[in-house]
Design a binder for this molecule. Structure first.
Ligand code: DGL
Length: 278
C-alpha cells in the first residue's frame, strides 16, 4: 500500500443528519467499525427536514456535505432518511469521495426479511412522499406489497423524550392502524429517530413482526464499502468530533442519551450561503 493510500485510510468518516437522529446511525457505526474516526454534523438550526421541500433539503444537504468535505473525510454517510431520499443522487454526482445513504441497505434487509411479501415503511412526510423506499423495494422484488405510512409526530416525541409516555403509545397505535389485517410481516424504520420508538412499535405491531432498523443496515453497508474500496483504518483510531449548527448545550445531553456514552466536546458551526462542491 502506498503512503498516500495509507494516509487516506486513516481519514475520518463524515456523516450528517438534520439534527440528533443521525446519532442512531453513529451508534451503529461505532459498534460495527470501532477502529474508525468519525466527524458528525447535526444541522440543529434547521431541523426538521421531514416536512420541508425537496429543493430546501437538497440545498441544506449540499451545504452539510461541503462542510464535511472540507474536513478531508474518506467517506460521506448521509445519516438522514429525508436527506438520502432527496439528495443522495446529487451528492454522489457532485462529490469526489464515496457517498452512501440509509435507504438502500434498509430496503435490502426488509426484502430479505419478509416472507409474506408485505412490508410497511414508516418515515417522515418527505421520505414517504419521495417514494424512494417504495422504489428500492420494488426494484428488488416487484411482487412485494408496500404500505407506506408517514409518521410526522414521531420525531417530536423522541426529541421531547416522550418515548415511554402514554401519548407515544396512542400515536404509535394510530399510525399503525392502517396495517390491521394487511398481512404485513416486516416494518422498516425509515427515519433516524424511530429506533428510539422500536420497543413500543414492536409491542403494538406484535412480537412476530420483524422490525428493520435502517441505522444498523447503513452501518453494515459502510463496513462493506470501506472493505471494498480498501479504506479501512490501518490502526486503532476510534475518535469522534461533533459539530452542530445551533446551541451545543442543547445537543450535548441529548447526544449522550442517544449514544449512551459521554460526549466531550461539541462545536458550533455556521453554515449557509452559496454552495460549491468542487
Ligand atoms: N433525520 C430525519 C430523517 O431520518 C428525521 C428528522 C427530521 O425530520 O429532520 O428523516
Amino acid at each position: 500500500m502506498t503512503d498516500k493510500a495509507f494516509a487516506c485510510c486513516d481519514k475520518a468518516i463524515g456523516l450528517f443528519d438534520s439534527g440528533l437522529g443521525g446519532l442512531t446511525v453513529l451508534r451503529a457505526l461505532k459498534s460495527t467499525l470501532p477502529h474508525e474516526n468519525f466527524i458528525y454534523f447535526g444541522d440543529t438550526a434547521r431541523v426538521p427536514y421531514g416536512g420541508k421541500s425537496r429543493d430546501t433539503v437538497l440545498r441544506y444537504s449540499m451545504e452539510n456535505a461541503r462542510f464535511l468535505l472540507d474536513k478531508d473525510i474518506k467517506l460521506l454517510i448521509v445519516a438522514c432518511n429525508t436527506a438520502t431520499a432527496y439528495a443522495l443522487g446529487e451528492l454522489q454526482k457532485a462529490m469526489h469521495i464515496p457517498v452512501i445513504g440509509v435507504i438502500e441497505a434498509g430496503a435490502d434487509a426488509a426484502v430479505q426479511a419478509s416472507k409474506s411479501k408485505k412490508i410497511a415503511i414508516l418515515g417522515t412526510r418527505g421520505t414517504i412522499t419521495s417514494s424512494v423506499y417504495q422504489k428500492e423495494i420494488l426494484k428488488r422484488d416487484p411482487s412485494i406489497q408496500v404500505e407506506a405510512i408517514s409518521c410526522p409526530l414521531f420525531v417530536p416525541l423522541v426529541e421531547e423524550r416522550f418515548t415511554n409516555h402514554p401519548a407515544a403509545r396512542l400515536i404509535v397505535q394510530e399510525y399503525l392502524s392502517p396495517l390491521q389485517n394487511k398481512g404485513v410481516d416486516t416494518i422498516l424504520l425509515g427515519c433516524t429517530h424511530y429506533p428510539l420508538l422500536k420497543e413500543l412499535i414492536q409491542q403494538e405491531a406484535g412480537e412476530e413482526i420483524v422490525i428493520v432498523d435502517s441505522a444498523v443496515t447503513c452501518a453494515q453497508l459502510a463496513a462493506t464499502t470501506l472493505h471494498r474500496l480498501r479504506l479501512v483504518a490501518s490502526e486503532r483510531l476510534g475518535d469522534c468530533c461533533y459539530h452542530v449548527s445551533d446551541d451545543p448545550a442543547w445537543f450535548k445531553p441529548l447526544a449522550e442519551e442517544f449514544l449512551g456514552e459521554p460526549v466531550i466536546h461539541v462545536e458550533k458551526t455556521h453554515l449557509g450561503g452559496l454552495c460549491r462542491l468542487h
